[in-house]
Ligand binder design. Sequence first.
Ligand SMILES: Cc1ncc(COP(=O)(O)O)c(C=O)c1O
Length: 431
Amino acid sequence: MKRNYLSPPPPPPAIRTAMAKVAEREVRKLPVFDFSSGNVGRLPAEFNLFTKLEIEVNRNLPESLAVIAEGLRKGIIESFYQSPKGLGYSTTGGTPQIKKLVLEYFRNIHGIPLSENDLNRVIVTAGGQQALAASLRSLKEGIDVLMPRWEYDAASGTTRTHGLREVRVDVKEDLSIDLSDVESKATQDSVFYISMPNNPTGYTSPSDLKSIIEIMIRKDGAVVWDAPYIFTVLRLNSKKAIYDESFLKEKLNEFRNISSKYHDYMCILSSLSKTCLIAGLRFGMALSCPEWIENMNTIVGRENLSSPTASFIIGAVILEEFLKKPITHTWTCKVLADRLTILIEELKEYLILPGNGVFGALYVLVRTPIDGDKFSTKILEEYGVVTVPGRAFYGEPINAVRLSLVAVPWIEGDEKWISNVKELKKALKSI
Ligand SMILES: Cc1ncc(COP(=O)(O)O)c(C=O)c1O
């Protein structure tokens, strides 16, 4: 298969290559005499920094949070007790043990036929954002990168600053992708970037994703599918958002059918940030063909000497728990549905919501009476309400702002959310 959109692989960073060899020999239990890197964090590796490290999981947590807490407990202990493994450098892109779990994730969740020998088809990154940047920066200079009119701003930023050509594709009134516009703008060897469920609109449509992939295949191109939110899919009607696990499973199945068929033409990005509520720990992942992954490894390895070792150790344990019991999203989904329902009740006339009855991700667009930048500044100064101007996602000025549904900590009755929404409503009505 020609992949003319990919940049030829740059030479790999020498220290990363040497560190990776150490990790590989250790896994294969071969003798290793390590002179590879300035890994001073390894010096105290045979000391016990702590004589005691006790952590107990709160028994009163909702079940899905208990799974995360148990993963954290085991992961913190593994990182620092008794040997302080978390202080040392570790290979960027992930050790073979961690990559095996990531292979299992892409096999189970995305239905991709992978064997243990496919370690060169996955990469572990310091968060999904690093995977996103590296995937786009792996493309050949001058390549057209198509993306929906509303899209995550980091994708646009990376595209514009790395010699790629950003091409926005129209979305319709109901936020669906205008497929005839995709057809007319896709050029030979171009690449489509899409976050789905979408940040910032919430738009989720496996059939649109499939159609986009099929168009890009006809152009010898590819699709970067940024999928950190696939476990946050809700049913939406004009009055409320509903979390229904069987509906979510149905959508996951539809997505799985697509990636199992078309993975050769995709770079799939994911993250534990949203699914396992560990955004600050930094654990992202990607799957693609070995050439694309090699480019990403080189880019990441040039910029980071090490993975965030403790984050990767803890993230791996949490991923393992998730793979055994994939329920870490359930509590979040209930909170999301309740919060979105409150917004619909209070601010329906201002919301820009998907028209196909499916909603995902953690954000909502709000139509503003004036330009989103001006509105955002004004309500910050006058009410202390913080929103993100829509321009960042739309690519040009627009009367809209993006709200996050999850920036406020949850408390019993979700009073903080309710009072935030009331304050926003006051601000909207005052202008
Ligand atoms: C669409 C999308 N991709 C990637 C990311 C990166 O998330 P993280 O780096 O925490 O995995 C985000 C974060 O909000 C996002 O919205």
